[in-house]
Write a protein that binds this ligand. Structure first.
Ligand SMILES: NC(=O)c1ccc[n+]([C@@H]2O[C@H](COP(=O)([O-])OP(=O)(O)OC[C@H]3O[C@@H](n4cnc5c(N)ncnc54)[C@H](OP(=O)(O)O)[C@@H]3O)[C@@H](O)[C@H]2O)c1
Length: 248
């Protein structure tokens, strides 16, 4: 199947999971729109790697938590590229601001919710309206194990990701009849910038049944499955990619 004019937006595609997912989507045949916020160099490198390998990719700057910026940038891109059909959205951009609740400032809480939850909402609302016109498409939201079971030191982050899971189920319910599938992936601990300073990592590995942390490509392959027609009867689901780890 040629997917070449079918565009998949990957937010936070300049590094970590978003980088691996962008490359995987391109390998699967989609045209990838790689979003970045601050790391233009990383996003450009990702685009160049994809095009060198024969795929199609562009980069786009916006801050996911700024609704006006999100909508204006996407309107501009799709206005200027009339052959491009928005087919998929991968809401991957995310941040942490970890600390105990007693020490957590209003801004620590607000920033994480605005980026992870509002950001996903802004992107989903804009994208799903376009997908409804074609009656096809998918959204994959990046949740987290913390959003499934909670995690001390991450009340803000866990709340944002639990919100993402609930929002996914709700939207799946709304748009399923129009042929649009909305799912989540919930990674455990994956080797990226976000996890490079996790304290007691070696100790934590002992609690992971697979005894290691995951690689970004191992999340990208699950995203690829959910995006594909192999997952055509799945919506509103959260697939865990965590080596068997459940925080206790
Ligand atoms: N790594 C893990 O163990 C793990 C586990 C569970 C869930 N996750 C989730 O997976 C996703 C990716 O995380 P990662 O580990 O790959 O982290 P990462 O390497 O720190 O990458 C985060 C990405 O998010 C982007 N981003 C942050 N704020 C943004 C904003 N306001 N607007 C647009 N982009 C923004 C960054 O873009 P710029 O650099 O361009 O600013 C960057 O590309 C996140 O949603 C995270 O919560 C990760």
């Amino acid at each position: 199947m040629s997917l070449n004019n079918k565009v998949v937006i990957v937010t936070g595609g300049s590094s970590g999971l978003g980088l691996a997912i962008s490359k995987r989507m391109a390998k699967d045949g989609y045209q990838v729109l790689i979003n970045y916020n601050s790391n233009e160099e990383g996003a450009a490198r990702c685009r160049d790697e994809i095009t060198k390998a024969g795929g199609r990719a562009s980069i786009i700057q916006f801050n996911v938590s700024d609704r006006e910026q999100v909508e204006a940038s996407l309107e501009k891109f799709f206005g200027e590229n009339s052959d491009a059909q928005l087919y998929g959205l991968i809401n991957n951009a995310g941040i942490t601001k970890d600390t105990l609740v007693g020490l957590m400032s209003d801004d620590d809480f607000k920033d994480v919710i605005e980026t992870n939850l509002y950001g996903s909402f802004y992107l989903m609302r804009w994208s799903v309206k376009k997908m409804l016109l074609k009656k096809e498409g998918f959204v994959i939201n990046m949740a987290s194990l913390s959003g499934q079971v909670g995690n001390g030191g991450q009340a803000n982050y866990a709340a944002s990701k639990a919100g993402v899971i609930a929002m996914t189920k709700s939207l799946a319910n709304e748009v399923g009849r129009r042929g649009i599938r909305i799912n989540c992936v919930a990674p455990g601990i994956i080797e990226t910038k976000m996890t490079e300073n996790i304290p007691f990592l070696e100790e934590m590995k002992k609690n992971i049944p697979l005894r290691r942390i995951g690689k970004p490509e191992e999340v990208a392959s699950v995203v690829s499955f959910l995006a594909s027609t192999e997952a055509s009867y799945m919506t509103g689901q959260t697939l865990s990619v965590n080596g068997g780890l459940y925080f206790s």
